[in-house]
Design a protein around this ligand. Structure first.
Ligand SMILES: [Fe+2]
Ligand SMILES: [Fe+2]
Length: 370
């Protein structure tokens, strides 16, 4: 797959030749027409960006088989928050320390921000896609992000006292570090919306990768640590379902980044590493702020090591050299929790991009070939 180019003018020139003519990858900044009668949906001419699609969701033959496999996996992950019983969590919450309660609410606040901005920004990334099998994945991802917000609300109303719930949504208003964190994350997406160049699109893709691959996990670890102490295990189950969804999102964005030619001059290895370094710094600062050394099972040192470990993992997955030396996963011992959900059936390897099994949804086994 060729790299995206950085020639906005070339794309515009092609537009002037007529919308129904070819859409080379260099013109991907143009949103493809809704209906393009001159399009060609054949596999030979299908491209992730800048393809000459008719606009139909032509799934008769698909070029990107990985996207079909991923789409099916995402569907099979379907779950409903209310099926997880949180009644014991409300009791457990009352015996948490004040620091743990603050961390519980602060992390929920941050996760709500992440899933909110992700749900709202995905269309800005997906509208340029000209391979319908990849559009499928984006559509399910967008649904899953709003489902995650639904699940946070379910946790709030099930566990948190009524007079404290709105405060979780408003936490960024009074917490300067959270506000700065949110602004940093939003700014990269907003930059592309305000000035849609190829380079800024690529930065948005990388920001999407950082969000999906790096930003959730210290928060998730907090809930797994509580569960390892037999506290709030229902919340941990909900988080595990979310975690498993996020793994498919990481998978999607990894595929897109590697297909886009991330090592081109458009988004250099140096810039990718610099964005990762900044993201790691923000993530550690926020986690130390909201958890620090105040929760049994988590320390500032383990937060730093875990964040750097994840960054290395994600960098290597897209073919970029790791940034940090001598770091390992300090939470490997929590992996046993993958088998101990309240229903005993939520399994996800939350350190790698793999998902093992799941049974809340109806099996989709059978003939369903594209
Ligand atoms: Fe999400
Ligand atoms: Fe996600």
């Amino acid at each position: 797959m060729r790299a995206l180019t950085n020639n906005k003018e070339e794309g515009r020139g092609k537009k002037e030749e007529g919308r129904n003519k070819s859409y080379p990858s260099s013109s991907f900044l143009l949103t493809p027409p809704l209906f393009n009668p001159e399009g060609d949906d054949s596999i030979e001419h299908r491209e992730i960006w800048g393809g000459n699609s008719t606009g139909l969701m032509n799934l008769n033959n698909c070029k990107f088989q990985w996207a079909i496999a991923l789409y099916r996996q995402m569907l099979e992950n379907f779950w409903i928050p209310e099926k997880v019983d949180l009644s014991q969590d409300a009791n457990d919450y009352k015996v948490l320390t004040d620091d743990e309660k603050q961390a519980y609410k602060g992390i929920l606040s941050y996760l709500t921000f992440l899933d909110s901005i992700q749900a709202r920004n995905l269309p800005n990334l997906s509208k340029q896609i000209t391979a319908p099998e990849i559009t499928l994945c984006f559509a399910v991802q967008e649904f899953q992000e709003v489902l995650h917000n639904h699940s946070y609300q379910y946790i709030l109303e099930s566990v948190i006292p009524a007079n404290e719930r709105q405060g979780v949504y408003d936490f960024w208003r009074s917490d300067e570090i959270l506000r700065k964190r949110c602004e940093f994350i939003a700014s990269i997406y907003q930059d592309y919306i305000d000035d849609p160049t190829t380079t800024k699109y690529m930065r948005s893709l990388l920001a999407d990768y950082l969000l999906e691959g790096l930003y959730f996990y210290n928060g998730f670890i907090f809930f797994y640590v509580l569960a390892s102490r037999h506290l709030c295990q229902g919340t941990s189950d909900v988080i595990r379902y979310i975690n498993r969804d996020e793994m498919t999102h990481v998978n999607l964005i990894q595929k897109l980044l590697t297909n886009a030619g991330i090592s081109s001059e458009m988004l250099s290895v140096d810039e990718i590493q610099a964005m990762f370094a900044a993201a790691v710094e923000y993530e550690i600062k926020w986690t130390n702020h909201i958890i620090g050394n105040r929760v049994l099972g988590i320390t500032e040192a383990s937060t730093e090591e875990y964040t750097k470990y994840l960054a290395n993992l994600r960098l290597k997955a897209i073919g970029v050299p790791a940034l940090f030396e001598d770091v390992r996963n300090p939470y490997q011992h929590l992996e046993r929790l993958a088998d101990t959900g309240a229903e005993g059936n939520v399994r996800a390897d939350f350190f790698e991009v793999t998902v093992t099994s799941y049974n809340q949804s109806t099996s989709l086994d059978g003939d369903w070939n594209f």
